[in-house]
Design a protein around this ligand. Structure first.
Ligand code: NAD
Length: 475
C-alpha cells in the first residue's frame, strides 16, 4: 500500500489543506492499493495562484526552451514507463501488457510530438496591414476521467506547455497515481515552479472550485456529458474558455463486399479492449441485413477467443470500478427487456472470476437504433449489431445519435470507404482498420464535445489570437 500525503503546488510537495485521504481501489482484487490527499477549494486557490504567478515568465519563455523541456519530460516518462504502466493497470484494471502500449507508449509519443509545436507563439502571419500572432490563453484547469488517464493528461498538459500556459490538473478520484508520478517527472525535468500544479480530489469539490476560480482562464475537461454540462455552466459566468471531450456511441459500417472476417475482428476488438471503457469505441456495428447471420458467426468466433483476467496475456481486465460494473449489468438487463437478442455474454461475472469487477464480453443482435442500448453510452464490453438495407440507410442510422465522437467504415476498398466517411457526422473516422494517430486532431461533433486535442489544432486551443493593426505606410 502506498500512501501519498502531499500535493504538488508551486514546485513543492505540500500537505493538502484538509488532511483527508481518498482510497484507490484495484478493481481486479477489490483491495485498497493507495491513499492520496483529498484536495479542497483552499488547495485549488493556492494552486491557481501559483499558476498565475508563473504565467508571465512561462508564456514569454522562448519556444526552443519549451521544446527542450517537453522532450525532457517525454524522456522522463520513458525512463519510468514501467511505473506508469503499473500505476494505471492497478488502478483501472487494463492488463499490464496492453496498458503498456495502449495507455503509456502512445502518450509518451504524444508528449514528444507536442515539442514540434512550441513555435506557435512566435509565428507571425500578415493580413493586409495587420500582423496576427498567437499568445498563451493563460491559467488552465484540467479535469480528467479514469479510462485513459495518462492519454488525457498528456493531451491537455503537453499542449498547454507547448503554448506557454500554466496549469492545475485534477485527475479522476479513481486514478490519481499516474498524475502523481507525472508531477515527479515534470519536477525532475526542470519545469519552473508554478507552471504545473496537481490537486487530486473530488469533482464536486476540486473540480467545481477550479471551474469557478476567477483566476482560471480556461477549463479543459474529459468525461461524461453530464459533468461536461455542469462544468460549462460553472465556467460560464466568467466567460472562461471551455473545451470538452465527452461521450460517444460510435457507428461502424461494414459494407456487403468488405472482408467480413477482418472487419468483424477489428470491430469486436475495438469494443472489447480496455473492457469497453473507450470513448471512441465503435459500439454500434451496422451490418448488411443479408449478411447478418454470417457476421454473427464471425462475431461469436472472435468473442470466443477473448481471454479475461489480469495475468499474462489476458485481453480484457475488470471494469474500472464496482459502479462501472453495475452500470454494465443494468444496460445488459435493459437490452434484454427492450427485446434485443443476446448473441453472447450476458449478466453476471464470467466463470471463474468471482473476485474483481469482471464483466462478460456481450453482444446484442437484432438491435434497433431507437433502443436505449443503441442510444446511450454503456461504457463497457457491450456491442450492438444493427442491420441495414442499403448504404443510405446505414448512413442515416450512423448519424441518428446525440453523439458524434468517432465512427468507422470497412468497405471493399479505401475509395468506397472514404465516400461513406464523408457522410458521417463525427470527429473521427477509422477507415478499413485504420489506427489511432497522435498527429491528427481528436475530438467530437454534437454532444461529444467541442474543441480538439493533440496535433497543431490541439495546441491552438490553448492560444488567444491577437491582431496588431499597423499604421499604413507613408505615401
Ligand atoms: P465523470 O464525468 O463523472 O468524471 C470525469 C472527471 O470530472 C472526474 O475527474 C470527476 O471528478 C470530474 N467531475 C465530475 N463532476 C464534476 C463537476 N460537477 N465539476 C467538476 N468536475 C467534475 O466521468 P468518469 O466516470 O470519470 O468517466 C467516464 C465518462 O467519461 C464516460 O461517459 C466517457 O464516455 C467519458 N469519456 C470521454 C472521453 C472523450 O475523450 N470523449 C474520454 C474518456 C471518458
Amino acid at each position: 500500500m502506498e500512501n501519498y500525503n502531499r500535493i504538488y503546488i508551486d514546485g513543492r510537495w505540500q500537505p493538502a489543506a484538509g488532511g483527508e485521504l481518498l482510497e484507490v481501489i484495484n478493481p481486479a482484487t477489490e483491495a485498497c492499493i493507495a491513499r492520496v490527499p483529498r484536495g479542497s477549494a483552499e488547495d485549488v486557490d493556492s494552486a491557481v495562484r501559483a499558476a498565475r504567478g508563473a504565467f508571465d515568465g512561462w508564456a514569454s519563455t522562448p519556444g526552443e526552451e519549451r521544446r527542450a523541456l517537453l522532450l525532457r519530460i517525454a524522456d522522463g516518462m520513458e525512463a519510468r514507463k514501467a511505473e506508469l504502466t503499473a500505476a494505471i493497470s492497478a488502478s483501472m484494471g487494463c492488463p499490464e501488457h496492453i496498458a503498456e502500449w495502449l495507455q503509456v507508449e502512445g502518450p509518451i509519443e504524444a508528449m514528444r510530438l507536442f515539442a514540434e509545436h512550441t513555435a506557435i507563439t512566435e509565428e507571425i502571419t500578415e493580413a493586409g496591414h495587420s500582423l496576427v500572432w498567437r499568445e498563451a490563453v493563460g491559467v488552465c484547469a484540467f479535469i480528467n476521467p479514469w479510462n485513459y488517464p495518462l492519454h488525457q493528461f498528456v493531451g491537455k498538459v503537453g499542449a498547454a506547455l507547448a503554448a506557454g500556459c500554466t496549469m492545475v490538473a485534477k485527475p479522476s478520484e479513481q486514478t490519481p497515481l499516474q498524475d502523481l508520478l507525472m508531477a515527479e517527472i515534470m519536477h525532475e525535468s526542470g519545469l519552473p515552479a508554478g507552471v504545473f500544479n496537481l490537486v487530486p480530489g473530488r469533482g464536486a469539490e476540486v473540480g467545481r472550485a477550479l471551474c469557478e476560480h476567477p483566476l482560471v482562464d480556461m477549463v479543459s475537461f474529459t468525461g461524461s456529458t453530464r459533468a461536461g454540462v455542469e462544468i460549462a455552466k460553472a465556467a460560464a459566468p466568467m466567460v472562461k474558455r471551455v473545451t470538452q471531450e465527452l461521450g460517444g456511441k460510435s457507428p461502424f459500417i461494414i459494407t456487403a463486399n468488405a472482408d467480413l472476417a477482418a472487419a468483424v475482428r477489428y470491430g469486436v476488438d475495438d469494443v472489447m479492449i480496455n473492457s469497453g471503457q473507450t470513448c471512441t469505441a465503435l459500439t454500434r456495428m451496422l451490418v448488411p441485413a443479408q449478411q447478418r447471420e454470417e457476421i454473427e458467426e464471425l462475431i461469436l468466433d472472435r468473442v470466443a477467443e477473448i481471454t479475461l483476467g489480469t495475468d499474462g496475456g489476458a485481453f480484457m481486465g475488470p471494469m474500472s470500478s464496482q459502479g462501472q460494473w453495475q452500470q454494465v449489468q443494468d444496460y445488459i438487463r435493459i437490452g434484454i427487456e427492450e427485446g434485443a437478442t443476446l448473441l453472447c455474454g450476458g449478466p453476471g461475472n464470467p466463470e471463474g472470476l468471482s473476485t474483481g469487477y469482471f464483466a462478460r464480453p456481450t453482444v446484442f443482435t437484432g438491435v434497433h437504433n431507437e433502443m436505449r442500448i443503441a442510444r446511450e453510452e454503456i461504457f463497457g464490453p457491450v456491442l450492438c449489431v444493427i442491420a441495414y438495407g442499403d448504404i443510405d440507410e446505414a448512413v442515416a442510422i450512423a448519424n441518428d445519435s446525440p453523439y458524434g465522437l468517432s465512427s468507422g467504415v470497412y468497405a471493399a476498398n479505401e475509395q468506397d470507404a472514404l465516400a461513406i466517411a464523408r457522410r458521417i457526422r463525427a470527429g473521427l473516422c477509422f477507415v478499413n482498420g485504420g489506427e489511432f494517430n497522435y498527429r491528427a486532431p481528436f475530438g467530437g461533433y454534437k454532444q461529444s464535445g467541442n474543441g480538439r486535442e493533440f496535433s497543431q489544432q490541439g495546441v491552438e486551443e490553448f492560444t488567444e489570437i491577437k491582431s496588431v493593426q499597423l499604421a499604413a505606410p507613408a505615401q
